[in-house]
Design a protein around this ligand. Structure first.
Ligand code: AMP
Length: 472
């Protein structure tokens, strides 16, 4: 990538992460401890080994012993740190050693979104594959009758979104008084989504003798209050401040006028380094229109936002995870916590309005110490949010000159060299640059015949791995 950095060019750690560099915050392994030292039985150790985890992550090394001590826990950690296994593994261990009453649910995991709930259920299935424990996934958008049937057969663990859990409870479809372990995951996102009153109602329905685990990426006042009211002398773990961006993520800004965002994005997507990508839009209607536009250009793409049916969302996620579609266009909530191994790129079609969301979004790539790329399209109106992102993350985001992509972007070494040789671009220069890109014809059109969205065949190169199967 041809990159212009404004500060500290040759030393900007964003630009050339080393493959073996331990990320600041993402899935830091604690190599001094082995899973076998944490007190798990052979059936769980075998499953963990088969998945390929060698050592516990920081949050796992710290949280698992606390959960085994039956203590309440508050964990400040974001997705990507291995937090899901930090509670699912010990829950499976504890439940496999004790018997429930007539298979009444004994653990309840609350998640803010259906996608996150699904992911937790998948984790439980793989970690618990050698155990005889069962779980039920209670999420909106799926048949309530089917969920009731599963509950009637008896389950050990419930994973639920708050609304659907309360619906089922009110219809008499579920008993919660034997729940002894309660997990409130992504508590700050629950707050953003207005779920805290529902969460409080649920807490009051489960046993007072419960062990409670609360996880949150940030700790706003309301979540502190929730923890103070409902947890008893909790141990506290802080894994990563929400402001940190993994050093293995290469970031960049592409200054572009609003109307040139689509051709600019297409050009970015055609870089040979792009293996798969999530693209974030701020509005659902842009998710839809961008998805349609990319499809017309032959990209292998699916959409994910809250107005789409659950079955559609599940199917799209599944296709993306199986690598059958390469690009996912998403809104923030739909993408929260999406856990894709080896996601090569995140693109912000729009910069998010909140700087914290930028950190969450780009944290989908560069996971578990891998190299990731996160590029954002920015317009002159984004100055303020860029500044707040840079001040939150304490890192400047280098500007990428998209017009140089075609000549240099295929050679990462050259791109890095070019970074070192470029002069600093001050904030005012960045502003000027955006303005001038608005006034002049955006020269991306020289490589993308279709900047005005009129398609004349597949005139420009699209990597074969991104093409629809219909082109077979
Ligand atoms: P999470 O923070 O739970 O969303 O997990 C982030 C990613 O880290 C997932 O892809 C997990 O499969 C992976 N992961 C979790 N624990 C470990 C571990 N001990 N070693 C390597 N990867 C892990």
């Amino acid at each position: 990538m041809p990159v212009r950095s404004r500060k500290n060019n040759s030393k900007n750690k964003n630009i050339q992460p080393k493959n073996n560099e331990s990320p600041e915050n993402i899935t830091c392994q604690d190599e001094s401890i082995l899973f076998s030292q944490l007190g798990f039985s052979p059936n769980i150790l075998k499953a963990v080994e088969e998945i390929g985890y060698k050592t516990p992550t920081q949050i796992q090394a710290q949280a698992i012993p606390i959960i085994f001590q039956n203590r309440d826990l508050v964990g400040i950690a974001q997705t990507g740190t291995g937090k899901t296994a930090s509670f699912t593994l010990p829950i499976l261990e504890i439940l496999s050693k004790t018997r429930g009453r007539a298979r009444m649910p004994r653990a309840l995991i609350l998640e803010p979104t259906r996608e996150l709930a699904l992911q937790v259920a998948e984790n439980l299935s793989s970690y618990g594959k050698y155990l005889k424990l069962s779980h039920a996934l209670l999420i909106g958008g799926e048949s309530m009758m089917d969920q009731k049937d599963v509950l009637n057969r008896g389950v050990d663990i419930i994973i639920a979104t708050p609304g659907r859990l309360l619906d089922l409870f009110e219809r008499g479809g579920i008993l919660l008084n034997q729940i002894h372990i309660l997990v409130i995951d992504e508590a700050d996102r629950m707050l953003d989504m207005g779920f805290i009153p529902d969460v409080e109602r649920i807490i009051k329905l489960v046993s007072t003798k419960r062990q409670t685990i609360l996880l949150s990426a940030t700790m706003p006042k309301e979540i502190k209050r929730l923890a103070n009211s409902f947890l008893s002398d909790p141990a506290e773990i802080i894994i990563s401040p929400p402001s940190s961006v993994a050093q293995t993520i290469e970031t960049g800004l592409i200054m572009v006028p609003q109307r040139q965002k689509n051709p600019a994005l297409r050009k970015l997507l055609k870089q040979k380094e792009v293996q798969n990508a999530i693209i974030f839009c701020n509005r659902k209607k842009d998710v839809d229109s961008l998805t349609r536009s990319l499809k017309r250009y032959g990209f292998s793409v699916g959409a994910l936002h809250g107005d789409l049916s659950q079955s559609h969302r599940t199917e799209t996620m599944d296709l993306f995870k199986k690598d059958k579609i390469k690009i996912l266009v998403c809104s923030d909530i739909a993408a929260r916590g999406i856990d894709i191994d080896n996601l090569s790129h995140v693109f912000n079609y729009d910069l998010p309005r909140q700087a914290e969301d930028y950190v969450h979004r780009i944290g989908r790539t560069g996971r578990a110490g891998r190299v990731g790329h996160a590029y954002s399209l920015a317009t002159p109106d984004d100055q303020e949010v860029i500044e707040s992102i840079e001040s939150l993350t304490k890192k400047s985001i280098p500007i990428i000159d998209i017009n140089e992509l075609s000549t240099q972007s295929t050679n990462e070494d050259k791109a890095v060299e070019s970074v070192a040789n470029k002069k600093d671009l001050s904030k005012s220069k960045r502003h000027q640059k955006t303005k001038s890109s608005e006034q002049t014809t955006f020269s991306i059109s020289s490589n993308d015949n279709n900047s005005n969205e009129i398609i004349i065949g597949f005139g420009d190169f699209v990597p074969s791995f991104m093409l629809f199967s219909t082109r077979r």
